[in-house]
Design a protein around this ligand. Structure first.
Ligand code: PAF
Length: 283
């Protein structure tokens, strides 16, 4: 079990990247906010399987993507356990900057993502979230100058925002989306699942079940608005407060009315007690 090199500064991370690149190695960046689980580790595995022999996992709970009423303070911070997990799969580097390395005094530049960031999904409930995500991801991509960066499909709108931003800002890092890892019962893995009580954890499986049965019925040609309304009703009846259940175009995230408008992605967000869960599935 080899420990990852811990980088606290951009300069140290860049020096390692330059060294590895000089050795002919391809490098992947895996941006995270820590509280690592098997889903994060699958991003590293994906990078390796795609020829990126060096992986840097970033751990930074980014304050600019949380609203004042959200869980920035309570977000799980498990650095020592995270490093152990990275060591167990031989990750080369871990960039864990202090806040002042990311946002030094005088920092004032914002990133204002459009397109998928304004699709009317997460942005309806978290209006400033994607500006914060785009800001920190733009910084991380520029800081690391890796060949590729991997993001989970679980945050599907986030992935679309990041792809669009990297394209629009000519950031040369190749962006990969990696399929969602699920618990045995189908619940999408998320660092926020630790907030669920035992009873809520049992209820939570409903989201992935409804996604699956709705996708199946949609593939069979059933009416899309009717299926989404029925899905919303089932999720509400299962004890959730639903934010949205929508069928969207998988790339533009534009609303779709018929199978021919696809490829279609179903996206859901709902609250169970104090925990907000999101999930999505290809039709
Ligand atoms: O998905 C996350 O964990 C975060 O939004 C990210 C991409 C690491 C940016 O802080």
């Amino acid at each position: 079990m080899s420990q990852p090199q811990i980088f606290r500064t951009v300069a140290d991370m860049r020096a390692a990247v330059a060294l590895w690149r000089g050795q002919g190695d391809k490098i992947a960046l895996i941006p995270t906010m820590g509280a690592l689980h098997a889903g994060h580790l699958s991003l590293v595995k994906f990078a390796r399987e795609n020829g990126f022999v060096r992986a840097i996992v970033t751990i930074f709970v980014n304050p600019t993507q949380f609203a004042a009423n959200e869980d920035f303070g309570a977000y799980p911070r498990t650095f020592a356990a995270d490093v152990d997990k990275l060591a167990s799969i031989g990750v080369d580097g871990c960039f864990a900057p202090p806040p002042e390395e990311m946002y030094p005094p005088g920092f004032c530049t914002k990133v204002a993502p459009g397109g998928p960031a304004l699709a009317g999904l997460e942005d309806r409930f978290r209006p400033d979230h994607f500006a914060g995500v785009a800001q920190v991801v733009a910084k991380l991509l520029n800081q690391a100058q890796a060949d590729a960066a991997c993001f989970g499909e679980k945050d599907f709108q986030q992935l679309a925002v990041i792809r669009r931003m990297a394209r629009d800002l000519d950031i040369p890092t190749q962006i990969f989306g990696v399929p969602t890892m699920r618990e045995a019962d189908g619940l999408a893995m998320s660092s926020r699942n630790v907030y669920l009580s035992a009873e809520e954890r049992r209820q939570a499986v409903l989201l992935s079940q409804v996604l699956q049965e709705t996708a199946k019925a949609m593939r069979a040609g059933e009416d899309i608005p009717g299926l989404c309304a029925a899905a919303a009703q089932k999720i509400g009846a299962g004890g959730f407060a639903l934010d949205y259940f929508e069928a969207r175009h998988a790339e533009s995230l534009a609303p779709v009315a018929a199978l021919a408008d696809g490829p279609i992605r179903l996206l859901v967000a709902a609250r169970l007690g104090r925990t907000r869960l999101i999930d999505n599935l290809a039709v």
